[in-house]
Design a protein around this ligand. Structure first.
Ligand code: OXD
Length: 312
């Protein structure tokens, strides 16, 4: 019987090097570009990939399983992907990074880091500005799944109150209170920091628009580490320009890379980071893939399977 064929689609060869080929064996091929992938996809049963080109799924007649290398799966759940293909995520890999990102940028706000650095550049002893505390502040996490729980734990360790929003608002141990999406405004209203973590689906596209922004405190900060398109960008820019919210830390954008001419770059109440809040590394994700590969070959159910209908 032919050995199942794994295609690793990434420019960093380490992803392929870390595939632990089990005793029964698999053949591992590497593709770094769409044209290399085009030559290999027809024989592929298992795809281990980041942003695989959707048009190539038309040739993926043997494909049974796609392991996503990143945190989000929206690029994978395209109509071109044959319906029987199982898609798996990698929980546990990105949450710790993103928790540090969120705590760091919340602290940047409360510790007034920009103010002190600016004063330093001017050799100014600015002791009339005092830092604030994260302790006692409220963070609302919109899209509270496994990554959100990591963030919630880190926030609680600093004495922050955590509110969460999820599709149904089911209780989560790490959050003081959960709200269903329909009641999101109540959770936004109380927040000092709103962290966006929701998957991009037809229901979440543009969910943070003028209405959602209008209920936030004028002192609140929005942190988007989900997808640019969950926010209505023009409504956000208007809210920021008019100081209806204090500021935004944005790691994701409608268009990436953010074009140099984009006005967000220059806004003094906006922090732009280049989609790095939860970096993928071959070493971190390999154990998740290898564990599932062993299960696949043993005919056991895969772990972390994405519900393709729900979109996460
Ligand atoms: C993502 C990632 O999916 O960076 O956005 O992993």
């Amino acid at each position: 019987m032919a050995r199942p064929s794994v295609l690793v689609y990434h420019a960093d060869r380490r992803y392929a090097e870390l595939v632990r080929v089990p005793k029964r064996g698999v053949s591992v091929r590497i593709a770094a570009t769409p044209s290399e992938a085009a030559g290999a996809i027809a024989d592929t049963e298992i795809l281990y990939a980041w942003k695989f080109p959707a048009p190539l799924y038309a040739r993926a007649g043997r494909l049974k399983w796609l392991q996503v290398m990143g945190a989000g799966v929206d690029w994978a759940l395209v109509p071109e992907l044959p319906p029987h293909v199982q898609v798996t995520r990698a929980p546990g890999v990105f949450g710790p990074w993103m928790a540090e990102y969120v705590v760091a940028w919340c602290s940047w706000v409360t510790q007034r880091m920009k103010v002190y650095r600016d004063a330093q550049r001017q050799r100014r002893w600015d002791d009339h500005v005092l830092p604030d505390r994260l302790g006692g502040k409220t963070v609302t996490i919109v899209g509270l799944g496994d990554i959100g729980r990591d963030i919630a734990r880190a926030a609680r360790a600093l004495g922050m109150r955590v509110l969460g929003v999820s599709r149904r608002g089911r209780p989560v141990r790490e959050a003081t209170r959960m709200y269903p999406v329909a009641a999101m405004a109540r959770a936004l209203r109380e927040a000092d920091f709103v962290v966006l973590l929701l998957p991009l689906t037809p229901e979440t596209r543009g969910i943070i628009g003028a209405d959602a922004l209008s209920v936030m405190k004028s002192s609140a900060w929005l942190i988007n580490i989900a997808r640019g398109a969950v926010v209505n960008e023009s409504a956000l820019m208007e809210a920021l320009e008019q100081r209806r919210i204090a500021g935004a830390v944005l790691d994701v954008f409608d268009r990436e890379p953010l074009p140099p001419s984009h006005p967000l770059w220059k806004m003094d109440n906006v922090v732009v980071t280049p989609h790095i809040s939860g970096p993928s590394t071959a070493d971190a994700i390999a154990p998740v893939f290898n564990d599932n590969l062993a299960r696949y070959l043993a005919g056991r159910p895969l772990r972390h399977v994405v519900d393709r209908r729900q979109g996460y």
